[in-house]
Design a protein around this ligand. Structure first.
Ligand code: BGP
Length: 475
């Protein structure tokens, strides 16, 4: 093996609610993310605290308009094709297919939209890689059932999964169930549509919702294998190796524990059972979820074919309160600054070697093919008046990560592909802003929703094109 395999899937990744816009068009229903404003309240809501929050019709909500991909997908896909994309990872909005999550028949206009998108991709031999749920739960299901805390969502999600698998069985071969499933423990509103009432045991509800998603994910894998026998169905985790801040065994153990918040989900999805450490913790802390007879058999029988993961950063952890006090507010993993690493403008540690470490760690643990389905640098670009962006900082970040990815392959890691995050500028999930950009393609759109939506190639566009053309040899 010299490096990247011949059929390596180079490309980019987007999510419905961060690009499409058209949030109520053609029968689409409201999804959780449609209600998230920018600013301070956003984070509190993502944590499941909706106290006193009512969506204000006069406010600008970023995911209502996204970057208008719903209307510009042909033009945007042509630009991806020009870069030589072999794959585009995108998600289907559950609420385009079942606007309230419970209709007896799916919404034909919603289904037809993704038919057109997949056809457009196929025209350029771009493989669609589809996430069934990327941070969106129908608002109607949050209001009626309290989101994924209720078992009812398992059945409704299974119906949704079967509907899209059946409809797109000739067009989509790579599927993924829940985006960053472990995020449910950190941002429960966008992960699972959870809103907490005063005095509730949040952790217990989170693990109950997690159990429901894990069963729903296994049922979706089952359906995928039955409906499209040659397809691959994967899971998706927000990955990033956790480093102990010092060699103090207490710090090392703390790092092991933090990693287990992530591994718990994948141990179930890839190995088919709750691991011993999770059972112990759930029992000792009174968090064990209610299970129905047969759940454990479902989890065991329908494990994933591959592991999709996002990697932006490694994490560092400490048991020293003084060190912990340095953790940035809003840092969902409780990571402390690593003195050996520089950070992005948003405080995310930049650690290319961490990608090699993470990939090796995951492959050794699960022995299943991996797919890096998100990676990139969120940065503020400074376009000239005619939208020229010299984003050498982005090229440097990606270059270093692609190099380490190649090393991981040489280490023996089986890697299906690499879809970097946000190949075209899109709405940021954490902030709802446009100024945190990841794209090779600039979109003239500002935080307040102003801008012409014009697309322009950044310097990184030509760089990535060349990487793909040379199959990762010329960086
Ligand atoms: C991941 C999400 C994406 C994406 C990315 C970058 O957690 O799966 O939806 O947005 O992070 O994060 P941000 O947009 O906050 O920079």
């Amino acid at each position: 093996m010299k490096g990247f395999p011949e059929d390596f899937l180079w490309g980019g990744a987007v999510a419905a609610n961060q690009v499409e816009g058209a949030y109520l068009e053609d029968g689409k229903g409201l999804t959780t993310v449609d209600l998230l404003p920018q600013g301070e309240r956003r984070f509190e809501i993502m944590l499941g605290d909706l106290k006193g929050f009512t969506p204000d019709p006069d406010t600008f909500y970023p995911s209502h308009e996204g970057i208008d991909f719903y209307h510009t997908y042909k033009e945007d896909i042509a630009l991806f094709a020009e870069m030589g994309f072999k794959a585009l990872r995108l998600s289907i909005a559950w609420t385009r297919i079942f606007p309230t999550g419970e209709e007896s028949e799916p919404n034909e206009a919603g289904l037809a939209f993704y038919d057109s998108v997949f056809d457009e991709l196929r025209k350029y031999n771009i493989e669609p890689v589809v996430t069934m749920a990327h941070f969106d739960v129908p608002v109607a299901l949050v209001e009626k059932y309290g989101g994924w805390r209720d078992r009812k969502l398992v059945e409704l999600f299974e119906t949704y999964a079967k509907t899209i698998l059946t409809r797109y069985k000739d067009k989509v071969r790579y599927w993924m169930t829940f985006n960053e499933i472990n995020m449910l423990l950190h941002l429960p509103y966008i992960g699972a549509g959870l809103v907490f009432k005063e005095g509730e045991n949040k952790k217990k509800i989170q693990y109950q919702a997690a159990h429901h998603q894990l069963v729903a994910s296994a049922l979706a894998v089952k359906a995928c294998h039955e409906i499209i026998p040659n397809a691959m169905c994967g899971c998706m985790l927000a990955a990033g190796a956790t480093y102990p801040y010092t060699p103090d065994p207490e710090d090392v153990w703390d790092a092991v524990q933090k990693d287990r918040d992530t591994f718990f989900f994948i141990d179930v999805q890839a190995r088919g059972a709750y691991p011993g450490y999770a059972k112990r913790m759930l029992r000792e802390q009174g968090l064990f979820p209610d299970m129905e007879p047969g759940d454990e058999d479902i989890l065991e029988a329908h494990t994933v074919d591959y592991l999709g993961f996002s990697y932006y950063s490694s994490r560092a952890t400490s048991t020293d309160p003084e060190v912990n006090a340095q953790a940035a507010q809003g840092n969902v993993f409780g990571s402390v600054p690593n003195p050996y690493l520089k950070s992005s403008e948003w405080g995310w540690a930049i650690d290319p070697k961490g990608l090699r470490i993470t990939a090796n760690q995951l492959y050794e643990r699960y022995q299943k093919p991996l797919f890096i389905v998100e990676n990139g640098l969120g940065a503020v670009d400074q376009p000239t008046d005619d939208f020229v962006v010299e984003d050498d900082y982005r090229i440097a970040y990606l270059q270093a990560h692609v190099k380490e990815m190649k090393e991981a392959i040489l280490d023996g890691v089986e890697l299906l592909g690499y879809t970097s995050w946000g190949p075209i500028d899109l709405v940021s999930a954490s902030t709802g802003e446009m100024k945190k950009r990841y794209g090779y393609i600039y979109v003239d759109r500002n935080n307040d929703g102003s801008g012409s939506l014009k697309r322009a190639k950044k310097k990184s566009f030509a760089w990535y094109k060349q990487v793909i053309e040379t199959n990762g040899e010329d960086l």
